[in-house]
Design a protein around this ligand. Structure first.
Ligand code: BGC
Length: 758
């Protein structure tokens, strides 16, 4: 396998039971224990995911204490919008370098949980409502981090899609959505990028804590996906340390002060915990320590300028231009009224454990002034904490807007509205901001809205303003990146990784979020994000995958071919038909009309970010992995690719399909053994049993035709309704009916023969 596999099975010889137990929990908040006698050093892990939060003073895991300055890159809500794994890899590499300089062995990220509801307080830390986007971007970040010799920690495993009651709630999810939506991104990162560690989530899954879940931590993660690294708990996620060890959790964080180590020692002594189980966890801890020690030394100091420049580039690529009636980009000499407190005091990251102490902080107003050759005014328009004289602030902004050519209004969610640890209960912008916008638009219709928000917000004004720039949370260089986009220094190319709904009540989990009495029911099943809106034909404000550019792109006809191994290669020529250089995120969706199982109308399977000069054409090549066509077959308890004519759509967004082709895909040969509980339809579909049953049925019909009950016989032979009714009839129960000329023994014989031959 890979380097992850080394030494995992080595016996931690020479360590006492107490030493072994102690190695599987933290020394303090951020480090593992050293055992000097045995030459085992301590290593450090810190947050993550979009910057390094190495604390200097007090220890906490919610970003309250001060940390060493580090580059704050755009959080995943922003970076994901680039749909560009190469960019994510470069950001990961920079994070790895900062980890090395800070002597941090493992960076706690990325987070690839699905954005199930826009209300989740931590959506800013996650990439998407789609598992392929989450998995591809997460894998790229891990590759970048680990290319420097630092480790990543893939989190929060799994089904941690809300903050409400996060340390206890049970996410009650059916097997298909669990596999196809909530685990798929994790699987991709584990299989493609082999993170050193996986962090188990706080919550329960179908009643069992992730930290005590052998199905999750051992069967799925290790046995199915081949993970050979270390499983660390989320900070404080361990409720029962011995149960966790048995389930496959190797390292409890942070320190329990020795309390749970003693429980482990006692359990080994009284025989309730197998010492081999402990040894396996210890071996994984030692393996991690060895990998950390093997990292090449990276000399500081940090190249603050270079990383800030990368943060600005990444932020520019994260911005999504939602709407533009032509007011953007601004000419450099435009007289601009910049309005809104966020322009001077940016909201650039979310609260909680990912809170970075940035090396620098750009503000949009300074950066706009730096790029502008015209008059730029600034008025706050509102205060971030809602204090002050709202009317006076508004009047001042309106006056500025009236005497400018263009007003650029910075709106957003106040920091306190979204954070790790709690969820929102609405998706609205503060009323004072909306009132301000109305007044500004009335004074100057040439008004551009720039948004700062980690989770989506409703945009009731979208028909009344000519341009909307979705800035998400853009990290420390977001101010500069916003100015770049406003003036066209950067041509926006981000696309939505999350649908922007019209109303909260339209969202898939509405009514099932955040649950109650310790349970949250994932009642929308597979229909998460755009899958839901498309299946129900619900109008949205802006669809998944949407994002505009200052240029235009023409798509040619797509073509598809099936490669050896079964992957589907899709090619499509894309031409930049406008006047400026740009990037287009080409998306490939598939569907299978007439599928035997429930499917969304379209599912994203591949994407590519293509850079094009004006007039240039490039052929985008995208690969749909055969594995990504599979659904989780609940009866077979495995992934199955259903055979058939798949529709492959090449699209500029989930609701802007430019070209569609079909491709024949051979299905997996999955045959479940027949039992007395199998239905007649299942027997009929069986290659061995089917012909025999068919023959027997027609014989029965003929007999009945020649008999007295001619009406019944013709029904048996010809009535489509009866045939369909019999389809789901369990064969074993047929013999209970009087007059059925087949014995139980005959059916058992047929089944045994069919199973043996089929
Ligand atoms: C968060 C993790 C974080 C850990 C350490 C937890 O509260 O859920 O994402 O890595 O704290 O700060």
């Amino acid at each position: 396998m890979t380097d992850n596999a080394t030494a995992v099975n080595e016996t931690p010889a020479g360590l006492t039971l107490e030493e072994k137990a102690s190695l599987t929990s933290g020394a303090d908040f951020w480090t593992t224990k050293a055992i000097e006698r045995a030459g085992v050093p301590s290593i450090m892990m810190t947050d993550g995911p979009h910057g390094l939060r190495k604390q200097r003073g007090g220890n906490d895991h919610l970003g309250i204490a001060d940390s060493v300055p580090a580059t704050c890159f755009p959080p995943a809500a922003g970076l994901g919008s680039s749909f560009d794994p190469e960019l994510a890899r470069r950001v990961g590499e920079a994070l790895g370098v900062e980890s090395a300089i800070g002597d941090v062995a493992v960076l706690l990220g990325p987070g690839v949980n699905i954005k199930r509801s826009p209300l989740c307080g931590r959506n800013f830390e996650y990439f998407s409502e789609d598992p392929i986007v989450s998995g591809v971007m997460g894998a790229a970040l891990v590759r970048g981090i680990q290319s420097t010799g630092a480790g990543a920690s893939l989190k929060h495993f799994a089904a941690n899609n809300q903050e409400t009651d996060r340390m206890r709630v049970s996410s009650d999810v059916d097997p298909r959505p669990l596999r196809e939506i909530y685990l798929r991104g994790f699987q991709r990162v584990v299989e493609d990028a082999r993170p050193w560690t996986v962090m188990c989530a706080y919550n329960r899954i179908n009643g069992v804590y992730a930290s005590e879940n052998p199905w999750l931590l051992t069967r799925v993660l290790r046995e199915e996906w081949g993970f050979t690294g270390l499983v660390v708990s989320d900070w404080g996620a361990v409720a029962d340390r011995v149960a966790s060890l048995k389930a496959g959790l190797d390292l409890e964080m942070p320190s329990s002060g020795g309390r749970t180590d003693a429980q482990v020692v006692a359990a080994v002594r009284d025989g309730s915990l197998d010492e081999d189980t402990l040894d396996t966890a210890v071996a994984r801890v030692l393996d991690l320590v060895r990998k950390a020690q093997a990292r090449p030394a990276v000399a500081g100091p940090l190249d603050v300028e270079a990383h800030h420049a990368l943060a600005r580039e990444a932020a520019g690529r994260s911005i999504v231009l939602l709407k533009n009636d032509g007011v953007l980009p601004l000419a450099r000499d435009t007289r601009v009224a910049v309005i809104g407190a966020f322009a001077a005091r940016p909201r650039y990251q979310g609260a909680g454990s990912s809170l970075i102490n940035p090396t620098r902080l750009d503000t949009a107003i300074d950066e706009i002034r730096a790029l502008s050759a015209g008059e730029v005014t600034y008025t706050a328009g509102f205060t971030l904490d809602g204090t002050g004289d709202a009317a006076a602030l508004r009047d001042e902004a309106v006056a500025a807007a009236s005497s400018a050519e263009v007003a650029v209004v910075f709106l957003g969610l106040p920091a306190a509205e979204e954070s790790e640890g709690y969820d929102r209960d609405h998706i609205d912008l503060p009323a004072a901001q909306l009132r301000l916008l109305d007044a500004v638009v009335a004074a100057n219709p040439r008004t551009v809205v720039v948004l700062s928000n980690g989770g989506v917000v409703a945009l009731p004004f979208r028909d009344r303003v000519p341009a909307i720039v979705e800035g998400w949370l853009l990290g420390q260089a977001g101010g500069g990146a916003t100015a770049d986009v406003l003036f066209g220094v950067v041509n926006p190319s981000g696309k939505l990784t999350e649908t922007i709904p019209l109303r909260l009540a339209d969202t898939p989990s509405y009514g099932n979020f955040p649950g109650e009495s310790g349970h949250v029911r994932y009642g929308e099943g597979l229909l998460v994000g755009y899958r839901w809106y498309d299946a129900r034909s619900i109008e949205v404000a802006y669809p998944f995958g949407h994002g505009l550019s200052y240029t235009t792109f023409r798509y040619g006809d797509a073509s598809v071919s099936v490669r050896a191994g079964g992957d589907v290669a899709v090619t499509v020529p894309v031409t930049n038909t406008g006047q400026v250089t740009g990037r287009e995120v080409v998306q490939v969706y598939t569907s299978l009309p007439g599928s035997a199982v429930q499917r969304a109308p379209r599912e994203l399977k591949a994407f590519a970010s293509v850079a094009l000069e004006p007039g240039e054409t490039a052929v985008a090549e995208l690969v749909v992995r055969r594995a990504d066509l599979a659904y989780w077959d609940v009866s077979a308890d495995r992934w199955v690719v259903e055979g058939g004519e798949y529709v492959v759509e090449v699209a500029a967004s989930s609701r802007d399909v430019r070209s569609a082709v079909t491709v024949a895909v051979t299905g997996d040969d999955v045959r479940l053994p027949l039992t007395m509980d199998s239905s007649i339809g299942e027997l009929l579909a069986h290659p061995v049993a089917g012909p025999i049953v068919r023959q027997a049925m027609s014989g029965m019909a003929d007999d009945m035709m020649g008999g007295t009950d001619a009406a019944g016989a013709s029904m048996m032979a010809h009535d489509e309704g009866l045939r369909r009714m019999l389809d789901s009839f369990p064969i074993g129960r047929l013999t209970a009916f009087p007059g059925v000329p087949v014995s139980r023994e005959q059916i058992e014989g047929l089944i045994a023969m069919a199973n043996a031959q089929g």
